[in-house]
Write a protein that binds this ligand. Structure first.
Ligand code: 5GP
Ligand code: MN
Length: 344
């Protein structure tokens, strides 16, 4: 069933997304499939109706996303700093896709306050910040790509969806739902996937480009994590994986190689909470996943200065790895009741 979206949204976007406005499409740091998919999906739709936009990401994204049509047009702030500064400063409209607070763009954050452009949020994360001129925030949808589909069909109809737009949006929905295995309880998500397939998205090809794209090193890293680096705590219904910089180096780490590792412990019977800790240069990147009503969004906000969704969230620890892991094990004890209740 179609969601009842605020009718004013399509009207407002119709007025803002016009050729005379300088439009910039942005997304969060370390863009994932939904981030790149929603940006490029919207970019293709706008091109199709004669509206040119500039797509910007804070940094680069992994190989398994860079095949998306149009990805070569995206400006990366990390490698084109001056160009992105100019584009942001000169913008009339900045669209913020798949994140809900400017700090999620990391180094780009100051470019938002410096710009007089209207900032428009299009996103599906809970608890959006109150800093947008128009906030199109819908948590019920599977992904930002699904929300872009709903808005764009409302404004332009399905005719604006060429195969490239359909491919990018399908990839966004597919990655945010783990190939339609979670965050996908509404039939509408599958209906939309079907319409995207009819508009030219090729399911097998997209699945393969995203998931059958491992280097041998990445596959070995996966094996190593599961065999040697996974700590399982059946009494807490929890597990974690941890990786040091030295280990990443040993497996010739490339951006994106740790993506998806955090999901594996959830395949163990009785495990409903899984975390991966990955050592970066100046912090530990923390990714959290859960099943059922144990909120990793709350957990990430409270302990890791992060956030996300009920069942998928992220954040950072600024303690050394040993202290981070010891604290986490202590937190498991503190949350035992909640974990027990959620595991039923
Ligand atoms: P991942 O663990 O794959 O990096 O992210 C999972 C989810 O949490 C995504 O929806 C992502 O946008 C969100 N997320 C990841 N890191 C952060 C963070 O540091 N802060 C917030 N607010 N959300 C995050
Ligand atoms: Mn998303």
């Amino acid at each position: 069933m179609k969601l009842n979206l605020d009718e004013a949204w399509a009207g407002a976007l119709r007025e803002l997304l016009v050729p005379t406005n300088r439009i910039v499409l942005t997304t969060h740091h370390n863009p994932d499939g939904d981030a790149v998919g929603s940006v490029l999906g919207l970019w293709h739709i706008l091109e199709q109706v004669g509206v040119h936009a500039t797509a910007v990401t804070p940094n680069d994204f992994p190989d398994f996303l860079s095949w998306m049509p149009g990805s070569d047009t995206i400006l990366r702030f990390s490698s084109s700093r001056q160009k992105v500064r100019e584009v942001m400063a000169g913008a009339d409209i900045i669209i913020c896709l798949d994140y809900n607070g400017f700090s999620r763009t990391e180094d780009m954050e100051s470019l938002f306050s410096a710009s007089s452009a209207k900032k428009i949020l299009i996103d599906h994360h809970p608890q959006p910040e109150n800093t947008f001129d128009l906030s199109i925030s819908v948590v019920e949808v599977s992904s930002t790509s699904e929300l872009v589909f709903e808005l764009a069909t409302e404004i332009y109809g399905l005719k604006a969806f060429n195969a490239d737009a359909a491919t990018c949006l399908y990839a966004g929905i597919m990655t945010d739902t783990g190939s339609f295995s979670y965050a996908c309880s509404r039939g509408r998500t599958l209906e939309i996937a079907g319409m995207l397939v009819d508009s030219g998205a090729v399911v097998e090809r997209i699945q393969s480009l995203v998931y059958n794209n491992f280097s041998a090193d990445r596959m070995k890293l996966l094996g190593y994590c599961l065999a040697d680096k996974m700590m399982v705590f059946p009494e807490f219904h929890a597990a974690y994986i941890w990786l040091t910089r030295e280990e990443l180096k040993r497996f010739n780490y490339q951006m994106g190689d740790t993506e998806g590792l955090v999901n594996y412990p959830l395949s163990i019977k009785g495990i409903i909470f899984s975390v991966i800790f990955v050592e970066n240069d100046n912090h530990i990147k923390v990714s959290l996943r859960s099943r059922g009503n144990f909120s990793v969004n709350e957990f990430a906000r409270k302990y890791y200065n992060g956030g996300g969704h009920l069942n998928a969230a992220g954040g950072k620890s600024f303690q050394p790895i040993d202290a981070t892991l010891a604290d986490f094990e202590q937190l498991l004890r503190q949350h035992l009741q909640e974990l027990n209740a959620a595991a039923i």
